[in-house]
Write a protein that binds this ligand. Structure first.
Ligand code: ATP
Ligand code: MG
Length: 394
C-alpha cells in the first residue's frame, strides 16, 4: 500500500551548521539498516525532511523494523505522496486512502495540514476545516476530536503532497558516529550490553573489550560475548571487539593479594587495559554497566577505587537504574535471552566469599605493591596477545 516513508527526527537539538551533518549521518544509517531488507530503496532529503522511497516490491514489515531501530529516528510515517492536481483531487486521494486503511472502523480524527508552499490557493486552516467536513460526509464511522483523536490526518502541501496518518515510533537519540567513539567493557552479563546501547543511542560509536580467562571461562562464554556484541551492533553499527586473555593476571592477583580485595584489584586492571585500547583507537571514554550498590564491587567506595586508575572519563549510563529497569531495556533490545545463558564469567570464578564493600584506596594500592615484580610485564603480554574480532550485526 505504501511506497514512501517520511522519517521524523529530533530537530530541536540540531540547529545550525550541524544539521546537515546530522541528516547525512541519519541517511547513511537508514540506508545501512535497509541493506538486508528485500527490496530497493532510495533515500532523499527535502527542506528538513528525510524520505525513503521503495522502488517496486519490498518487505514492508522488515523495512519498518529496520528503520525504527536507527538512532536519531523519532518516527517513521508510511506515506502516500500525490501530485498537486487541484484540491478536489486531493480530497479524493485522502478519502480513498482512509477507506483503504481504516474502512468502516469507528474512530475519531483530526486534520492537520501544513502548507510549506505558500502559493497553494487555500491556507492550512481552510484545508483543515474543509477536509474535516469532507471526511465526515464520506465516513459515518468517523468523528472529529481535536484534543485526543485516534488518528491525525496529516496533509503536507509541498512540491508534492504528503498524506499520512501513522507515526511508528523509533528509538530517538542521535545518529551513531555524530558524537565520537567510546570503549565498552563488555561482559556476558545483562548490564554491559544495555550500557553500550544507551551510549550508542547518544550518537557514540562503540568499540569493546572483553576479559577472557581460559580455561576457567570457556569458548562458549566467549562466543556469548561475541553474540551480544552482534546484537548491540544492530543499533550501534559494527563493533571492534578486543578479547584480552586475562588468566595469568587473575591468577597472579589471586596469589599475591588478599582475597577479599580481589575483585576490586582485578577491576582496576581491567580498566587500565581497556583504557590502553581506548586511547590507542581514539575513544573518548570508557563505558561500563555498573550501577550503584548492585554488588560489592559497585558501592560508591568500590566505584571510586576502580575509577581511580582511569584518566579517560568513565560513562556509567545505568548508574541510577534498578536491576528490573535494566532487564526491561535488555528485553526491549533483545540481548536478554543471550545474557542469561548460564556460562561462567571470569569474575565469578575467583570471587571471595566476603569481598570488601568499602575498599580503602590506600590499602588497595598497598596490596597492589605485592604485584610489582611481574605485573607490568603481564599487562604488556595481555595487550600484545589480545585477539581482535570485527563483529557485524546479526
Ligand atoms: P554485567 O551484567 O554487565 O556483567 P554485572 O552486574 O555482572 O554486569 P560486574 O560483574 O560487577 O557486574 O561488572 C561490572 C562491569 O564491569 C560490567 O558491566 C562490565 O562493564 C565490566 N566487566 C565485568 N566483567 C567483565 C569482563 N569479563 N569483560 C569485560 N568487562 C567486564
Ligand atoms: Mg558480569
Amino acid at each position: 500500500m505504501y511506497q514512501s516513508f517520511l522519517i521524523k527526527y529530533g530537530e530541536i537539538a540540531i540547529k545550525g551548521k550541524n544539521r546537515h551533518l546530522f541528516e547525512d549521518a541519519l541517511c547513511k544509517h537508514i540506508a545501512h539498516a535497509l541493506k538486508p531488507v528485500d527490496g530497493e530503496f532510495e533515500i532523499w532529503k527535502e527542506q528538513g525532511r528525510i524520505y525513503v522511497d521503495a522502488k517496486g516490491d519490498y518487505d514492508y514489515e522488515h523495512a519498518i523494523a529496520a528503520m525504527t531501530k536507527v538512532f536519531g529516528v523519532v518516527g517513521v510515517c508510511p506515506l502516500v505522496q500525490v501530485e498537486d492536481e487541484g484540491y478536489e483531487k486531493l480530497v479524493e486521494e485522502v478519502i480513498s486512502h482512509l477507506k483503504e486503511v481504516y474502512g468502516e472502523k469507528e474512530m475519531t480524527f483530526k486534520v492537520v495540514s501544513r502548507r510549506a508552499r505558500k502559493n497553494y490557493p487555500m491556507n492550512s486552516n481552510e484545508i483543515n476545516m474543509d477536509m474535516g467536513e469532507k471526511i465526515l460526509d464520506a465516513f459515518p464511522n468517523m468523528k472529529v476530536d481535536v484534543h485526543h483523536p485516534d488518528i491525525y490526518v496529516n496533509i503536507e502541501i509541498r512540491q508534492k503532497i504528503n498524506i499520512y496518518t501513522e507515526n511508528i515510533p523509533g528509538p530517538g537519540g542521535m545518529p551513531v558516529g555524530s558524537n565520537g567513539k567510546a570503549m565498552l567493557l563488555l561482559s556476558g552479563g545483562i548490564d554491559s550490553p544495555v550500557a553500550g546501547y544507551m551510549i550508542a543511542k547518544r550518537g557514540v560509536s562503540l568499540e569493546a573489550t572483553y576479559f577472557h580467562a581460559p580455561p576457567y571461562t570457556s569458548e562458549r562464554a566467549k562466543q556469548k560475548v561475541i553474540d551480544l556484541a552482534a546484537i548491540v551492533a544492530r543499533y550501534s553499527g559494527p563493533i571492534k571487539l578486543n578479547v584480552v586473555n586475562f588468566t595469568d593476571i587473575q591468577l597472579y592477583i589471586y596469589e599475591k593479594c588478599p582475597h577479599d580485595e580481589l575483585t576490586i584489584i582485578m577491576r582496576r586492571y581491567m580498566m587500565k587495559i581497556a583504557e590502553h585500547f581506548a586511547k590507542e583507537n581514539n575513544c573518548l571514554g570508557l563505558i561500563t554497566g555498573e550501577s550503584i550498590g548492585q554488588v560489592a564491587s559497585q558501592t560508591m567506595q568500590s566505584l571510586a577505587a576502580t575509577n581511580d586508575v582511569c584518566t579517560l572519563p568513565v560513562y556509567r549510563p545505568l548508574i541510577g537504574f534498578d536491576k528490573q529497569e535494566i532487564v526491561d531495556v535488555s528485553e526491549k533490545i533483545d540481548t536478554y535471552e543471550t545474557s542469561i545463558l548460564p556460562y561462567e564469567d571470569c569474575c565469578t570464578i575467583f570471587v571471595a566469599k566476603h569481598p570488601v564493600t568499602k575498599p580503602n584506596l590506600n590499602i588497595i594500592k598497598r596490596s597492589e605493591t605485592n604485584l610489582a615484580e611481574k605485573i607490568d610485564e603481564m599487562v604488556e603480554t595481555a595487550i600484545n596477545t589480545t585477539e581482535t574480532i570485527m563483529v557485524e550485526a546479526k
